[in-house]
Design a protein around this ligand. Structure first.
Ligand code: HEC
Length: 440
């Protein structure tokens, strides 16, 4: 009875809504990805596209599987928040449940797929020259961690430093490429890995020792570029390569790549260089079947830190993650909360406004790992013991931001690198060899 009463207002709306009323909701929340050149597996543009899948779509909406948006209700406001407003969700479900009616006698109008925003004319474009195809299915490899991951070196060999205010990526396989993260390598370390692997690119993650992939931003499903707010820039040192890590989902047939990176120049005037601070767990040992393994890490900032973006990282055994800032005055603020982690929707999250964390703030990151059968995303059935390590974090958060000045930024980087090593040492088990992610 109660359920019936609660659903009354929604029913009232559905009695009158037609495709013309709900198509703006679909356009805003779904069509951005669900079109031919988008990440979604089928278009959701016309009345027929939606109506023929109406019960499936209603189910996916009820379970909040779509649109994909990892952050939960807690956490600081995010730039271009793409979560679906509850009112939109309920109205669309009600219309689908009512049989997805179009208006009698009027041909339903289709939604126009979104245009890609142009880049500024001075953007530097770099094509991925090596021929590579996304394999039709996951290939078994010796580095268990790096499933469905491939890295490439894209030479820049710039004589001068390059200052950037944004990075972007255009893929020929938008339904297969899920996340791309970048870093600048001025030590030819990416080349060494590439030389070691005879194939195009190399089958590893894009981290280089303590240099975390994503330090130079990246993209994900629903975000094709990361632009920094005013007052910040990335700096690529002279004689660098761009090292890119691609995370993909095999789609049952080979997909040839034809990729372009976009680097959007910055003037650097009145602006601070972005540094990456890493928090998280470097080693995971979770026995098969363990469903509620909690990892917590604490990292205390040695200087004031202005945070502009956060990139979460984790395998699919990770169920949820949360990053909290504990200020020196005892105040706590959740920066990013991911109640239902899905590695395929990993992406950078730019904060709506710069978060200034004072020196002495402790970043507390907490991860719940479910290595049981109950975790539908567990890649192994039956589950296997999880024993993996990497300096830059198996589960973690990369915070992009800047100190008040160069000294403060240097102190932040030094502390971050020091804790990467210290965390790594803490848990190395004597007997079990752990696949190492830090070099051939
Ligand atoms: C940010 C991009 C994006 C948006 C926005 C989006 N989708 Fe999707 N959708 C995807 C991707 C990618 C998949 C493929 C699922 C996967 O790879 O895990 C998908 C899959 C689906 C599926 C199939 C589910 C399945 O289990 O395979 C349905 C149904 C769907 N979307 C409906 C919607 C609806 C309805 C909306 C709007 C309310 C929406 N999507 C918004 C990207 C998006």
């Amino acid at each position: 009875m109660l359920a019936f009463l609660l659903s009354l207002p929604v029913l009232a709306t559905s009695a009158t809504d037609t495709w013309a009323d709900v198509s703006p909701i679909v356009s805003r929340n779904c069509s951005t990805c669900h079109h031919d050149d988008g990440a979604g597996p089928f278009p959701l543009l016309s009345h027929a596209d939606v109506s023929r899948r109406r019960s499936f779509i209603a189910e996916v909406l009820r379970r909040k599987l779509m649109p994909p948006w990892l952050p939960g209700d807690e956490g600081v406001p995010l730039h271009e928040d793409r979560s679906m407003p509850e009112a939109d969700r309920n109205r669309l479900i009600a219309w689908l449940d009512a049989g997805a009616p179009a208006r009698d006698g009027i041909a339903p109008i289709a939604i126009t797929p979104p245009d890609t925003l142009p880049y500024p004319p001075d953007a530097i474009t770099i094509a991925l020259e090596e021929p590579f195809s996304i394999p039709s299915e996951t290939i078994e490899n010796e580095h268990r961690y790096h499933q469905d991951t491939w890295s490439f070196v894209m030479p820049l060999q710039n004589e001068q430093p390059i200052l950037l205010r944004g990075v972007g990526w255009k893929t020929a396989a938008p339904k297969a490429i899920h996340t791309v993260t970048l870093l600048a390598d001025d030590g030819c370390r990416g080349r060494a890995r590439d030389d070691y692997d005879p194939r195009a690119g190399y089958e590893r993650d894009g981290d280089l020792d303590r240099n975390v992939s994503g330090a130079l931003g990246g993209i994900g499903i629903g975000i094709d570029r990361l632009m920094l707010p005013d007052g910040f820039h990335w700096s690529i040192p002279p004689n660098s390569d761009l090292v890119v890590e691609l995370k993909y989902r095999p789609i049952g047939r080979e997909r040839p790549l034809d990729e372009t990176a976009y680097l959007v120049p910055a003037s650097g005037e009145d602006s601070r260089e972005i540094v990456a601070v890493v928090t998280g767990a470097n080693r995971l040992q979770v026995v098969a079947g363990e469903s509620n393994h909690v990892e917590v890490d604490r990292f205390t900032l040695p200087a004031d830190f202005d945070v502009v973006a956060i990139i979460p990282r984790g395998r699919n055994e990770c169920r949820s993650m949360r990053l909290t800032a504990l200020m020196p005055d005892g105040e706590r603020s959740v920066l990013l909360d991911v109640p239902d982690w899905d590695v395929h929707f990993r992406r950078p999250f730019r904060l709506a406004s710069v978060q200034s964390l004072p020196e002495g703030t402790t970043l507390i990151s907490r991860f719940v790992i479910d290595n049981s059968r109950d975790n539908p995303r567990n890649p192994y059935d039956p589950p296997e013991d999880l024993r993996i390590g990497r300096r830059t974090g198996v589960v973690g958060f990369t915070l992009l931001g800047a100190g008040k000045n160069q000294d403060a930024s240097d102190a932040l980087v030094e502390a971050s690198e020091w804790t990467m090593d210290r965390r790594g040492m803490k848990k190395i088990p004597k007997r079990t060899p752990i696949p190492d992610s830090t070099g051939p």
